[in-house]
Design a protein. Structure first.
Length: 66
């Protein structure tokens, strides 16, 4: 028996493995895109909170009796 036969991978199996690795890389790419979107949303919320606090400070300064 040829010892190289143990390391022989049929073409269908190698094709399936390459397809699975391609799908995994696509999934990881989608996850990185989702995390990027979440970080952008949290950044927008932080800016929104800053704007609310700033407008609140302005209203307090405007209501302060002179």
């Amino acid at each position: 028996m040829n010892p190289g036969f143990l390391f022989y991978v049929p073409p269908a199996i190698s094709y399936q493995l390459s397809a699975i690795s391609y799908q995994l890389s696509a999934i990881s790419y989608q996850l990185s895109a989702i995390s990027y979107q979440l970080s952008a949303i949290s950044y927008q919320l932080m800016c929104y909170a800053h704007a609310i606090a700033f407008s609140y400070q302005l209203s307090v300064i405007g209501r302060r009796p002179r």
